[in-house]
Design a binder for this molecule. Sequence first.
Ligand code: SF4
Ligand code: SF4
Length: 249
Amino acid sequence: MNTTFSCVGCGKCCNDHHVPLTLAEARMWANDGGQVIVLVEGFLGNGLGLPLLQRDHAERRSVVVRSGAIEAHVAITFAAYNVGPCRNLDEDNLCRIYERRPLVCRIYPMEINPHIPLNPAVKECPPESWEQGPDLIVGGALVDQELVALIQRSRQADRDEVQTKDAICGLLGIRTTALKGDGFTAYLPEMGAFASVIDQVVAQPLAAPKGEWLFHVSGDDIAGQVLAAGAEVATEAPVNYTFISLRAA
Ligand code: SF4
Ligand code: SF4
């Protein structure tokens, strides 16, 4: 079935959505006085935490790190911390930085992850936005080639920048990840430090220290699996992060 779409400018996608940012966009966000949230998830070399179908995509956007005796993969997202309306949304639901808005703002409501098909039912866009406008998807393929190019750019940035983000995280003391599917660890770095560490790592990429990662998991059963695989589990209460569980309570 084909899908039509036309944005009706309701502004809902600019409320309560942490918008993933490229490194340059995160630096811009800091420069503008905004807050960035760092979201981290990982999986083990033996595949623990990794949905089989997503292996290729997940590996390409993650960095190989050490945890305990083994190698693990960690994916790091820098996102605009949007609780309530985005700081750039004006009273008329217009974006104050429209010309330089982040890549992901240009892509919504499309998905970045190639394994997640567009599902209008889970998007913020109201029904009327799907009942009008030009074709968005025809025969399963995205029609707008500019949008295709933006999605490719976003995926590429994810892959190209993960090493740099790992180095930035190392300098900021961010070294605890969640297990993919089990949750995320979420950090809210002080933005002055965040900006200067980005500048430092971009200027001298190889000088950043490496460090081992710990896994924060939701329960003893998963902790047992992570430890049995040879990786290290966080045992102290979190000091600089929050664990967001994805497990049903
Ligand atoms: S930067 Fe602009 S388009 Fe993006 S979430 Fe904020 S207000 Fe919306
Ligand atoms: S939620 Fe959808 S319709 Fe509303 S502003 Fe965002 S993209 Fe447009």
